[in-house]
Design a protein around this ligand. Structure first.
Ligand SMILES: Cc1ncc(COP(=O)(O)O)c(C=O)c1O
Length: 510
C-alpha cells in the first residue's frame, strides 16, 4: 500500500477545522462519522518537519532522513491526539465499530488477526484447560494456544473429494467433542475457511451455548460479510460470542489493521481487555487505527452498494471461468459469494506456472498451488479490473493447458494429527535438531506450515510421520513455500528431546 505525504495546511486555514467536504484526502467525507480518521486528517495537516515535537516517532515527520518510507506515519499517542486524550478518541471509534457489528466490546488491533486470535485464546480458560478447535486453524491461533496453555480438542472439516478442499466443520463434530470433553472452555472455529467455505455458525453457536461455552470465530477474511442481503451474516449475527477479522484483508484499510469484536454474555470484558493488551504494542500506529475507523464508516455508509459491486464482479468472473473447458470454480450455497477460488486440475495447467505469468503481468494472486488459484477480490475492485484479471487468468491457463488430472487432496485440510504433547509443553520442551528422516516417530517441537494458507501441517506436540515429511517435501519440490521451519530446506526438523514428558503445569521436563 502507498501513502501520501501529508500536505501542508493552506495559508490561513485552521488545522483543527473539522473538515472540508471537498478534501481530496477524504473523498467520501467519512471523517464526520469517523473520529480517528478525523484526528488523523487533522494531525497530518500539521505537516512534516515539526522540529519542536519532543515525542516519538523518532522520524519527527522529517522527510529528509529516511525519506518517503515514513510518510503518513502518525502514532495514536501524541499523534492523533495527546497522550492523555488519544485513548478516548480510540474508544469512541471502537464503540462505533461495536455498534455496527452488534457487539458490546470491540478493540482495533495494529497487529492483524494474528494478534486478535492470540488475544482471544488468552481470554478464555486457564492453562491446562481444554478448548474445542478446528485443526485447520491459522498458525496464529495455534501459537495462541501455546501462549495461553490451552489444550486443543481437534475437530476437522469434511474434505470435498472432488476438489480436495475443505468444507465446513460439521456441527455434529463439535457436539461430539463437547460431549466427550465436558470441561472444554470454548469452541474456536475458522469461518469462512481460507477457500471461502462457510458452515452452520448458528448451529455451532447453539451447540457451544448448550454446553455453556462461547463460540469464537476467526473470520480473518470476512470483514465484509453481513453488509449485503446476498452475503451470509457475519459471525456475531449468526450467534458467535466473539470474532476476529482483518480489516486489511477484505476492507480498504492499512496492512495489519484488524478488529476483535465480542458479545460479553459468556466472555468477561475485563479479561478480554487484559488479554488484548497483553500482546498488543504500547505504541500503536494511529494511521492503521484511523484506516480501520475509515473502513468501518465506509461499510456503514456504502457497504451494501460496494458489496453489490463485489458480488456482481465475482459472479461474472465465476461464470466466465466456469465456461472454460476443464476449469471449475467453487460455487454454491456454502461458498462465500465474494470469494473466487479457481480449480485448475481439469485443465492440466499447473497453478505455479499460471501464477508466475500473472505476477509478470502485474496481477499477483493471493495463493496458488498446483491445483488451485485464489485471487482476492475486495470492495476496492472495479468490475472491469476483475474482468481484465479474469481474461489474463484464462489466457495464462490456456498457455499452460495440459493433460487433465485428479486434484491432489490438500495437505492441510485432511490432517488427522497424532497429538503426543499439548502444544505449550512441546513448545517449551528441550529440543534437538535431527535429520528429517530420523524425525519420524518423534514429537515435533516446531510449527511447520505451507504458506499460504498458514495452516500448520506439523504443530508442536504432534507426531512426525513419514507421510507428513514426504508431503511437506513435495510442497517444496513443487515450488511452494513451506514457512516457519527452523530449516527451510526441511533437511532437518526440530523434535522434542527424549524421554518426552508432559507436565500439567504447562512446561515439559526432562
Ligand atoms: C484464517 C486466518 N486467520 C488469521 C490470519 C492472520 O491474519 P493477519 O495477517 O491479519 O495477522 C490469517 C492470515 O492469512 C488467516 O488466513
Amino acid at each position: 500500500m502507498t501513502s501520501t505525504v501529508a500536505p501542508k495546511v493552506p495559508d490561513g486555514a485552521d488545522p483543527h477545522d473539522s473538515g472540508d467536504p471537498g478534501d481530496p484526502r477524504d473523498p467520501r467525507g467519512l471523517r464526520s462519522g469517523a473520529p480517528l480518521l478525523d484526528a488523523w486528517l487533522r494531525a497530518s495537516a500539521a505537516g512534516s518537519g515539526d522540529a519542536a515535537r519532543m515525542s516519538i516517532p523518532g522520524h519527527k515527520q522529517r522527510p529528509d532522513l529516511t525519506g518517503a518510507v515514513v510518510a503518513g506515519d502518525i502514532p495514536l499517542y501524541a499523534g492523533l491526539d495527546t497522550v492523555k486524550h488519544a485513548d478516548a478518541v480510540l474508544a469512541e471509534a471502537e464503540q462505533r465499530a461495536a455498534r455496527l457489528w452488534g457487539a458490546d466490546w470491540c478493540r482495533f488491533s495494529v497487529a492483524g488477526s494474528t494478534h486478535g486470535n492470540q488475544a482471544l485464546a488468552l481470554a478464555v480458560g486457564r492453562p491446562g484447560d481444554e478448548v474445542v478447535v478446528s485443526r485447520t486453524l491459522h498458525r496464529s491461533l495455534l501459537l495462541g494456544l501455546v501462549l495461553a496453555g490451552l489444550r486443543p480438542v481437534w475437530v476437522r472439516p469434511e474434505v470435498d473429494p472432488a476438489s480436495g478442499l475443505p468444507r465446513a466443520v460439521p456441527v455434529a463434530a463439535v457436539l461430539a467433542a463437547l460431549a466427550e470433553h465436558p470441561g472444554a472452555r470454548a469452541v474456536f472455529l475458522g469461518d469462512p475457511s481460507y477457500v471461502g467455505t462457510t458452515g452452520d455458525l448458528a448451529g455451532h453457536a447453539a451447540a457451544a451455548h448448550e454446553a455453556g461455552v462461547p463460540l469464537i470465530v476467526d473470520a480473518a477474511w470476512a470483514a465484509h460479510l453481513g453488509f449485503h442481503p446476498s452475503f451470509p451474516p457475519h459471525a456475531l449475527a449468526a450467534g458467535a460470542d466473539a470474532m476476529v477479522t482483518s480489516a486489511h484483508k477484505a476492507l480498504p484499510a492499512w496492512t495489519q489493521g484488524a478488529l476483535v469484536l465480542a458479545r460479553t454474555d459468556r466472555l468477561d470484558p475485563a479479561r478480554l481487555d487484559r488479554a488484548f493488551e497483553a500482546t498488543h504494542t504500547t505504541s500503536p500506529a494511529g494511521t492503521i487505527l484511523a484506516s480501520i475507523d475509515a473502513a468501518r464508516e465506509l461499510l456503514a455508509r456504502d457497504g451494501e452498494a460496494l458489496s453489490g459491486r463485489l458480488l456482481a464482479a465475482v459472479a461474472a468472473a465465476r461464470a466466465r471461468l466456469a465456461a472454460v473447458p476443464g476449469l471449475a470454480v467453487l460455487d454454491g450455497p456454502d461458498i462465500e459469494p465474494g470469494k473466487l477460488v479457481v480449480l485448475l486440475a481439469g485443465t492440466g495447467a499447473h497453478g505455479h506456472r499460471v501464477e508466475a505469468e500473472l505476477i509478470a503481468a502485474g496481477m499477483p494472486v493471493e495463493m496458488a498451488d498446483r491445483d488451485t488459484v485464489v485471487p482476492i477480490v475486495t470492495l476496492a475492485d472495479e468490475p472491469e479490473h476483475v474482468a481484465q484479471f479474469t481474461d489474463a487468468l484464462v489466457a495464462a491457463i490456456e498457455r499452460h493447458r495440459s493433460t487433465p488430472r485428479q486434484p491432489a487432496p490438500g495437505l492441510v485440510w485432511g490432517l488427522a494429527p497424532q497429538v503426543v504433547l499439548p502444544p505449550r509443553d512441546a513448545f517449551f520442551a528441550p529440543h534437538e535438531t535431527v535429520p528429517a528422516d530420523a524425525a519420524t516417530g518423534r514429537v515435533s517441537a516446531e510449527l511447520v506450515a505451507p504458506y499460504p494458507p498458514g495452516v500448520p501441517v506439523l504443530a508442536p506436540g504432534e507426531l512426525v510421520t513419514a507421510d507428513i515429511v514426504a508431503a511437506l517435501r513435495a510442497v517444496l519440490a513443487d515450488g511452494g513455500r513451506v514457512a516457519y521451519a527452523a530449516d527451510p530446506s526441511l533437511r532437518t526438523l526440530q523434535v522434542v528431546s527424549e524421554p518426552v514428558r508432559s507436565d500439567p503445569s504447562g512446561a515439559a521436563r526432562q
